[in-house]
Ligand binder design. Structure first.
Ligand code: HEC
Ligand SMILES: [Cu+2]
Length: 398
């Protein structure tokens, strides 16, 4: 073993062990200090999982911080201690073959990586395990909106509603596994484990709730899942974390945990039952007793967020403020004059079924095609389309 690191001109023999111990402690405590900054750079923890994930992150940050201090400390030390004396233009002695050193710098990273791997797998297994009494929600990503689907079955009818009040076909749906209720919000409550199963209508998206520390890709043709258990009431942002097109930045949603945002105020409900009934009962009533009037039905369909129109269009009546496509506030007035020979109704039908056929001047062909057959991307049944057209025809500015 031949370690001749010192350049010929450098003075002194070894460094005092006291200094080595002091430097070692400074590096370890410095790393821990760096690791303790983690909470300051992350959003507040809103789920049980976020505690485990942040602890893992802090651990990694502390290790990374220690390595950073070690490397930078050596660098600064060497620059000062081994600087060239005036007039010394000679090179340092070449170094090779130090088995001890090589052993140490192989074994230490190997131990670190093994510990991190075991720790990460245990966090992964715990955050991804199926929890008892999970609330299951379906999430659909489509350029550029999130839709959440809840199943309504016979056990969860709103109070005062009985099966025999329902139309036969709706009753049959409720009895055979449930009706789907759609909303643009993911509603849940504190300490309720949630399992979200996710599909995309078009390209890949990624479902990310920074406050819950969950993020998962939506992959075309596959169903992916994510789980979390909220621990704090509040409203949390959902973000798309996969660049998916020109409206990607608008592809946001919210998780409302046992609370409601009214104006600027977060109102936490008195009871879980009140919270559930305020959110689910109106959705359920709308699905169980669809309005006869096609205009009202069309409005209800669009308001439910089951189609992602809001992120691209403005409709004041529905609170939409998307900016990718034309403002639809008075589309009912202009639809008849857009294309010679097409009635207003026919023009709107083509706008939705074949958006590329007639482009509105000044806009690109960015609207997804809403298809008539189940199983196609962006499926929109004829019934829904008729109702939506009836509603759009009423949008006129005076
Ligand atoms: C990804 C963005 C996007 C989404 C989602 C989207 N549109 Fe569009 N839409 C556009 C763009 C861009 C245009 C203009 C280009 C064109 O005519 O295709 C347009 C045009 C239209 C027009 C013609 C407007 C006019 O002034 O003549 C109608 C009607 C329309 N969209 C309705 C809808 C409805 C209803 C939905 C939901 C079912 C929807 N759009 C979803 C982007 C979008
Ligand atoms: Cu997206």
């Amino acid at each position: 073993m031949n370690l001749s690191t010192r350049s010929p001109g450098s003075a002194g023999s070894g460094i005092s062990p006291i200094w080595v111990v002091a430097a070692g402690l400074a590096i370890i405590f410095g790393g821990l200090l760096i690791g303790s900054f983690a909470p300051a750079i992350l959003p507040p923890q809103a789920s049980a999982e976020s505690r485990q994930i942040d602890a893992l992150f802090r651990f990694m940050l502390a290790i990374g911080g220690s390595i950073f201090l070690l490397v930078q400390g050596m660098l600064v030390y060497s620059v000062i201690r081994f600087r060239a004396k005036p007039g010394d233009a000679s090179d340092g002695a070449p170094i090779h073959g130090n088995t001890t050193l090589e052993f140490v710098w192989t074994i230490i990273p190997a131990i670190i990586v093994t510990v991190l791997a075991l720790y990460s797998v245990s966090v992964w297994n715990s955050t991804h395990s199926i929890k008892p009494n999970e609330q299951t929600v379906g999430a659909v990503g489509a350029r550029y909106a999130w839709t959440f689907n809840y199943q309504l079955d016979a056990r969860a009818l709103p109070s005062g509603v009985t099966l025999d009040q329902l139309e036969p076909n709706i009753r049959a749906a409720v009895e055979n596994g449930g009706l789907t209720l759609s909303s643009t919000q993911l509603h849940t409550w504190v300490n309720q484990p949630v399992a979200v199963s996710m599909n995309t209508q078009d390209v890949n998206h990624a479902f990310w709730i920074p406050g819950m520390r969950v993020k998962q890709d939506l992959l075309a043709g596959r169903t992916t899942e994510i789980r979390f258990t909220p621990i704090e009431a509040g409203v949390y942002r959902i973000v798309c974390a996969e660049l998916c097109g020109s409206g990607h930045g608008n592809m946001a949603g919210s998780v409302d945990v046992n609370g409601n945002l009214v104006g600027a105020w977060l109102i936490v409900h008195e009871s879980e039952d009140a919270f559930r009934s305020e959110f689910f009962d109106p959705l359920a009533r709308a699905a169980l007793f669809p309005p006869e009037d096609p205009v009202e039905r069309g409005r209800q369909i669009l308001a439910s967020g089951v189609y992602p129109c809001a992120s691209c269009h403005v409709v004041d009546d529905l609170g939409w403020n998307g900016a990718v496509g034309p403002n639809l506030n008075n589309v009912g007035s202009r639809a008849a004059t857009r294309v010679a020979g097409e009635s207003a109704e026919e023009y709107l039908r083509i706008s939705i079924r074949m958006p590329g056929a007639y482009l509105v001047p000044g806009y690109n062909n960015l609207m997804p095609q809403f298809n008539a057959e189940p199983g196609q991307p962006n499926y929109m049944p004829d019934d829904d389309l008729d109702a939506i057209i009836a509603y759009l025809l009423t949008l006129k500015t005076s």
